[in-house]
Design a protein around this ligand. Structure first.
Ligand code: FAD
Length: 389
């Protein structure tokens, strides 16, 4: 899927989104309400209505599904702009986990599933969650450890298992549940109102502005119809991989935007604050932190765009997506850490967004594959295929 927009039209669209984020969305970030679910949901809804009126929502969804129809490459600049604000991805309808769930449903959903799940998800009328991870001893980094079972019945399936960290789980209208069936790992579309689908709690985390939380869920004799199966039975791990490749890339785009904003704030501070008779911006060690941040963000953008181009070209991109995910997730954390360092006590405070940005970025080194797991997969491929560096 790629847009029919000219480069000038795309630039104008990104500029319009940037103005919307900077002028409308960022002023609505109330740091004192960063953990208040009611504020987050109502503000997110209000901002999305404003963005919809300006034709700015659902960048990656096809125009036929109500989106902007941008290619992966075109999404890079757009999602970076959205990611500048904690509330931006929700406002522009490109937040996780909805955005990667849309990509998955676009690839796999049958006509009935498109109507029931995909279209309302794109329109923002329904919310989704993706429930794969389980508390120990269930699946985490190692997909072979999946314990949730799907048992075939005369009328469909019964799901039994224990999930956690399903982002959006407590506010989702439906879940994409990963479970083991006789033919292997499979995906199921489950209305969260189905008896036996129990949200036990939201797991408290370090993240601010975490709109949908991360739910712990019990599936207890949860009965769904035969049409709940998404795609083919037994191909769930391939599908999860398909979803993850896009999900990682979207995270890279958005979180480059957030860390770039952190450095922008740090630069503003360093340009006004003096110490030892000079502006901070005149001290070489501060300059080095700023220069390194710009180098890292430039490299992070190039890796993200390159991976997006490969995805547009339909290449198999496990290797490149792993390399980009490791580099970008670590680079944005280093940039945010430098931004806090440059800003001193103000950076640690919650008067400014910097400490919250750092807390928001930290989990990216863990979700969608921890750095260590990606490094191990990269090295395995290198030795197996004797790849040149
Ligand atoms: C903010 C957030 C949102 C999330 N959202 C979702 C969601 O929507 N849906 C969902 O299903 N899951 C979600 N997760 C869960 C996420 O996918 C898991 O945390 C991730 O897969 C790691 O699994 P684990 O936490 O069980 O860590 P473990 O598997 O216990 O690993 C812990 C650590 O051990 C190390 N490690 C593990 N394996 C290896 C290895 N092979 N080699 C070297 N070191 C290794 C790594 O450092 C890793 O961080 C989310 C997590 C977070 C933090």
């Amino acid at each position: 899927m790629s847009t029919t927009r000219s480069p000038q039209e795309l630039k104008a669209l990104v500029r319009q989104a940037r103005e919307f984020i900077d002028d409308v969305v960022i002023p609505r970030e109330d740091l004192s309400q960063a953990k208040n679910r009611d504020y987050l949901l109502s503000t997110g809804k209000e901002l999305r209505a404003l963005a919809t009126a300006q034709g700015l929502t659902s960048p990656r969804s096809a125009a036929a599904d109500g989106g902007l129809g941008l290619s992966w490459e075109e999404c890079c600049a757009y999602l970076e702009v959205a990611g500048r604000s904690f509330l931006g991805p929700t406002a522009l309808q490109c937040a996780a986990p909805g955005q990667p769930d849309i990509v998955l449903l676009q690839a796999l959903a049958n006509d009935n599933q498109r109507e029931r799940f995909l279209q309302p998800l794109v329109a923002g009328d329904k919310r989704s969650c993706f429930a794969m991870t389980e508390p120990a001893p269930g699946v985490g980094s190692d997909p072979r450890m999946l314990l949730t079972r799907a048992t075939r019945t005369d009328s469909g399936w019964t799901l039994d298992g224990h999930k956690w960290f399903a982002s959006n789980g407590a506010i989702a209208d439906f879940a994409i549940v990963v479970a083991r069936a006789d033919a292997g790992v499979s995906l199921f579309l489950v209305d969260t109102s189905t008896p036996g689908f129990e949200v036990l709690r939201d797991v408290p985390t370090m993240e601010p502005f975490d709109l949908g939380g991360h739910a712990e869920i019990r599936l207890n004799q949860c009965k769904v119809s035969a049409d709940a199966l998404l795609g083919e039975e037994g191909r769930g791990l391939d599908y999860a991989q398909l979803r993850l490749e896009g999900a990682r890339l979207f995270h890279c785009m958005r979180l480059i935007g957030l860390s770039s904003r952190a450095m922008h704030l740090a630069q503003a501070y360093a340009s006004k604050r003096t110490s030892h008779g000079a502006l901070l911006s005149e001290h070489q060690m501060v300059q080095a932190m700023v220069a390194d941040a710009h180098i890292e963000l430039h490299a992070a953008r190039l890796m993200t765009v390159d991976t997006a181009r490969r995805l547009d070209a339909g290449e198999s991109l496990r290797h490149h997506s792993s390399m980009a995910k490791v580099f970008v997730s670590e680079a944005v954390n280093r940039v945010a850490d430098s931004a806090v360092q440059i800003t001193g006590a103000l950076g640690i405070s919650e008067d400014w967004p910097l400490s919250m940005i750092q807390r928001f970025l930290r989990p990216f080194r863990i979700y969608d594959g921890a750095s260590e797991v990606h490094r191990s997969a990269i090295a395995r491929r290198v030795f197996k295929q004797q790849l040149d560096a």
